[in-house]
Design a protein around this ligand. Structure first.
Ligand code: WQD
Length: 385
């Protein structure tokens, strides 16, 4: 990792205003070693999120903070649509060749069900946009990428917990876009082994929020994912009187699907470890089977929890008396996605220590502080710390 004397490394985060992105931006600033540029088209995010992140970083500055530390607390946040090469090139032109040290590429559409209805939109936004980005990165001598992939690339995995060596198969256009982008990244690193370095991070199920309650998950419209939906039910944003549980006839302990939930901040900090692993002095590629400096890692806790276990944990965290009804399975769901995180733990030093109770408590703290998400009339200047 860069020594304290080195200048701040400028890192571009795509999707920086989103749920994962804003926590990754926070984690970059927490180290005071990076200068953040964020681009986002706000398809599923709010521009205010980064004001909140910048406020957390500024509040953390000591009164006698150095100019360098103050510099690391500011974010260059730009609205940019990755499917437009002109818009992406403008971002890189601002900093010139070599001006951006690396890219953490998070921006993507991610709803499995939706991807089966509008596959072309998913291929354009997730795959073509990634190709646009990589071509422009190469033009500007920016050849390091941490790529946001997903456990969905494992389809219905034969082995639980899932190792990275599991063959990749996707059951949805969304999952296929993730496999395609991992593949094109690996091919690029194979073609130019002395120039490109990239890591794909296969996210399991991120949950929770920054403990300050100032940033969190704020999906546009009705939440599709379990935890934000439970939070919206408890805070009254969703009027459902019962949670619909999508099937309890799976081959799992209580019949409902099992997922590997990890705290979003632990996930975000994993990106810093991956970024550091792209530095010239890193040894993470030493035992690569080919010359290509490309690897994929699972980011999970290695602990599976069922839907009903999540409901009970949220009942405790919120005090809300959840009722639920078992309905049919949701298309595309698989019984169990639990990570084997040992490779990331061993080679990146990754770990996800925060437990379910903390995830639910931090999620609820965000939700009660922002019952209407970032649209709450809470001007940034008056944010409590
Ligand atoms: C969790 C479990 C549902 C809602 C999703 C994306 C995936 C990844 C992570 C991007 C499942 C059940 C849910 C409800 C329910 N995102 N459920 N009733 O499906 O594991 O993964 O987020 O990479 O691509 O698909 O998460 O939160 O949607 O569902 O019973 O109203 O909760 O069936 O078993 P999932 P989820």
């Amino acid at each position: 990792s860069p020594s304290v004397q080195e200048p701040l490394r400028r890192v571009l985060v795509t999707g920086g205003a989103g749920y994962i992105g804003s926590h990754v931006v926070f984690s970059l600033q927490e180290t005071k070693r990076y200068k953040v540029v964020s681009i986002d088209n706000h398809h599923n995010s709010h521009s205010k999120a980064l004001d909140h992140v910048a406020k957390i970083a500024r509040d953390a500055l000591l009164p006698d903070a150095s100019e360098r530390d103050r510099d690391s607390a500011e974010i260059d946040a730009q609205v940019c649509d990755l499917t437009s090469p002109a818009q992406v090139r403008k971002v890189f032109e601002k900093y010139g060749k070599g001006g951006i040290w690396g890219v953490i590429h998070i921006a993507a559409y991610k709803a499995v069900g939706e991807s089966t209805e509008i596959p072309l939109t998913y291929y354009a936004n997730n795959v073509s946009a990634t190709i646009n980005l990589l071509q422009i990165m190469s033009e500007f001598d920016c050849t390091r990428m941490v790529y946001s992939s997903s456990a969905t690339v494992y389809g219905t995995p034969p082995i639980i917990p899932i190792p990275e060596t599991t063959r990749l198969e996707a059951h949805s256009p969304y999952g296929k876009t993730k496999i395609m982008c991992e593949t094109l990244l690996e091919d690029l690193c194979n073609a130019e082994p002395t120039r490109w370095r990239a890591l794909s991070l296969r996210y399991f199920n991120p949950a929770g929020a920054h403990p300050s309650g100032q940033i969190g998950e704020e999906p546009i419209g009705r939440p599709g994912n379990l935890l934000p939906l439970l939070a919206h039910m408890a805070v009254g944003r969703v009027k459902d009187d019962k949670l619909k549980v999508f099937g309890n006839d799976y081959p799992t302990p209580d019949g409902t699907c099992v997922r590997d939930y990890l705290h979003v901040l632990d996930l975000a900090r994993g990106h810093l470890l991956a970024l550091d692993a792209l530095a010239p002095d890193s040894h993470v590629f030493d035992n690569c089977p080919t010359e290509a400096r490309y690897k994929a890692y699972n980011l999970g806790k290695g602990k599976g929890l069922s839907v009903l276990q999540i409901v009970e944990a949220m009942r405790k965290a919120t005090g809300y008396d959840y009722k639920y009804e078992i309905i049919g399975r949701r298309k595309g769901d698989v019984p169990d996605l639990t990570a084997d995180p040992s490779l990331a733990e061993k080679e990146l030093g990754f770990n996800a220590p925060q437990d379910l109770e903390t995830m639910c408590r931090d999620l609820w703290n965000w939700q009660i502080k922002h019952p209407h998400g970032y649209e709450d009339v809470v001007p940034v200047k008056s944010l409590d710390s």
